[in-house]
Design a binder for this molecule. Structure first.
Ligand SMILES: [Zn+2]
Ligand SMILES: [Zn+2]
Length: 172
């Protein structure tokens, strides 16, 4: 891990990016558009700021969420990756290889904050492997997620659907 370099990418590995230098402000945004774009309670984003930014593998597909904003995501696996507006580019902190290096320092869009967000840290917590009886498949799970570092020649598993478990088709 190089001190002033931050790398990251989508879950399948088709899209990778690199920030070199000091990134701008890291934040979370509670606005309704960020909730939708991330499918989450809020969006964690770090602005590129004065750092040098490049997509190093593939490019995100863009959804225009408003007249001023584009939202980038992997068209292969759906991972939200970017927020691009006239005031600059923000990158999804959770998509970085080491999200813990980019602690948020401010919250935006608090008029839309979901009230229970303030109590999440009070919930009971469990390790993934705490309850193997209710999810025994976890003991032989094989991940197809891209590792948390740059790679050469990574092929996203586009064939994974054909070979592996899939949900029963019901009521679709
Ligand atoms: Zn992907
Ligand atoms: Zn927002």
């Amino acid at each position: 891990m190089i001190a002033n370099v931050h790398t990251g990418g989508c879950q399948c590995g088709a899209v990778r990016f690199r920030l070199e230098g000091k990134p701008g402000q890291a934040s979370i945004c509670h606005c309704r558009m960020c909730q939708k774009a991330f499918g989450a309670f809020y969006a964690p984003l770090v602005s590129v700021g004065a750092a040098k930014f490049a997509w190093t593998r593939g490019r995100p597909k863009m959804f225009r969420s408003s007249n001023y904003v584009l939202r980038g995501f992997c068209k292969n696996c759906g991972t939200p990756l970017s927020y691009e507006a006239p005031d600059g580019i923000g990158l999804a902190i959770g998509a970085f290889d080491v999200p813990g290096r980019l602690p948020p320092v401010v919250q935006f869009g608090i008029e839309a904050k979901i009230p229970f967000v303030d109590q999440l840290h009070e919930l009971a917590g469990h390790d993934t492997m705490d309850d193997l009886e209710s999810a025994p498949f976890l003991s032989d799970l094989v991940t197809f997620q891209h590792p948390d570092h740059d790679t050469t020649g990574w092929e996203p598993r586009v064939d994974a659907e054909a070979e592996h478990w899939r949900p029963k088709e019901e009521g679709v």
